[in-house]
Write a protein that binds this ligand. Structure first.
Ligand code: HAM
Length: 422
């Protein structure tokens, strides 16, 4: 039999767990903004054929080459825990022919994603995202909508300290020429062998090098935004214009490099400076070649993935209260068994009436039970002693100021209702 490890079982390294209402409050707020813009929920598989991510996300990316949780299932198929959502959404759209209906296909998803990264604050091996994808229409207004939905989600949470960085990665007409020019530039620099290799495979990624000695040399590097096709440049200008119209603030960052290979034209990141080195709270962009790359029709797409873990951290960094600390509104405090028996029914009635209620279980004394009531965040306690029970009454105690009112046991639910409503 498998043994209990020394020190007991622990969750696998790099996996945060959330207790209480905050995590779901953040996630649901982000989802609500996507709903408001007409994105339909898609429940994606948690694992897919490994080749989907290798083709979709790109073999040379860190995500595919170093971070995938890949394993053979019992049938010998190679599968991978989803490292991101876009490839799966596009696969699903192709597989089910959703693109044969009205375009764009607008879908949203939420849940855990898996990347074997080095864990640190804000960087996890199981990370949580809310994402949206709009597939099948190459319209700059749609890029702006995607950005506005993310922005509205952050704002609905009360966040103010983030910024949106945006650029254009151009399209297939000018990207190869730009890439070659960047490669020629990089070849002349004094770089170590690993970086030279990266420059050969994916030169754009070298632009993201954080080392000061490399940064210094990159100062005059050619940038994609200066090499856009007329069409991509016009698209970019239109997107920025719509963002102005929608009141979404942005900063242009022509140095932006994303960790996934599918981006074309609009590419963006939401950055929160209060989070240290893992400052990206969301990111995304347009991916006009992905659908064809995955064997579907040559349709465009645009979307985002927002990191729920990091968005919650950003809320904490800004001192926001994202969910009420109140676990329940009313807490039953029975003194003795007969009182407990009676309060079980009353708590049930309160819950049926839509009032969040809990009870001190386990025959605790008055002191212990009142402590539990305080910790629950309840506004009121229903304290029921033996003498109350005999008299057919219960004490309704306001936990904010300690004041107490005697109410009839039969009318306890109505009394709580009235008290909460006032
Ligand atoms: P991504 O930038 O790789 O994009 O991830 C999106 C967000 O997920 C990041 O901005 C970050 O907040 C969060 N995130 C990523 N990795 C981690 C991690 N290890 N720990 C905690 N949070 C993390 C995508 O995944 C694309 N699929 C987004 C997209 C949708 N592009 C187009 N459509």
């Amino acid at each position: 039999m498998a043994e209990i490890p020394q020190g007991g079982f622990t969750a696998p390294k790099g996996i945060p767990e959330y207790v209480g209402p905050e995590f779901t409050a953040v996630r649901d707020t982000l989802v609500r903004e996507a709903d408001r813009a007409g994105y339909a929920h898609l429940e994606l598989p948690v694992f897919e054929d490994t080749a989907l991510y290798a083709r979709g996300v790109g073999e040379s990316t860190d995500v595919v080459s170093k971070e995938m949780y890949t394993f053979a299932d019992r049938g010998g198929r190679t599968v991978t825990l989803r490292p991101e959502g876009t490839a799966g959404v596009v696969r699903s759209v192709i597989e089910h022919g959703m693109d044969r209906g009205t375009l764009p296909v607008k879908l949203r998803y939420q849940g855990p994603f898996f990347r074997y990264e080095r864990p640190q604050a804000g960087r996890y091996r199981q990370l949580q995202q809310v994402g949206i994808e709009a597939i099948g229409v190459d319209d700059p207004a749609l890029d702006a909508e995607v950005l506005a939905v993310a922005d509205a989600g952050f704002r609905a949470l009360g966040l103010t300290g983030y910024r949106l960085e945006i650029t254009s990665l151009g399209d297939a007409t000018t990207r190869p020429a730009y890439r070659a020019e960047l490669q020629r530039f990089l070849e002349k620099l004094d770089l170590d062998e690993d970086t030279r290799e990266r420059a050969r495979i994916n030169p754009l990624r070298v632009l993201d090098d954080k080392r000061p000695e490399v940064r210094e040399q990159l100062a005059g590097a050619p940038l994609m935004v200066d090499h856009l096709s007329d069409e991509a440049a016009a698209h970019h200008r239109k997107v920025l214009g719509y963002l102005d119209d929608l009141g979404v603030a942005y900063t242009e960052n022509p140095w932006m490099v994303r960790g996934l290979d599918y981006y074309t034209k609009t590419t963006f990141e939401f950055v929160h400076p209060g989070l240290g080195s893992q400052s990206g709270i969301g990111g995304g962009g347009r991916y006009d070649g992905l659908m064809a790359e995955l064997g579907g029709p040559a349709l465009s797409g645009v979307g985002f993935g927002i990191g729920v873990d990091r968005t919650l951290m950003a809320c904490h960094a800004e001192g926001l209260e994202v969910a009420p600390a109140r676990r329940v509104e009313v807490f039953g405090v029975p003194l003795g068994e007969a009182a407990r028996d009676r309060l079980v029914g009353i708590v049930g009635q309160l819950r049926r009436g839509g009032i969040r209620a809990d009870l001190a279980y386990g025959g605790r004394g008055l002191k212990g039970a009142m402590k539990a009531a305080d910790r629950s965040g309840a506004r009121y306690a229903l304290v029921l002693g033996e003498r109350d029970l005999d008299g057919g009454v219960v004490q309704l105690k306001d936990l904010s100021d300690g004041s107490q009112t005697e109410v009839p046991l039969d009318g306890a639910v109505a009394a709580v209702d009235r008290a909460l409503g006032s």
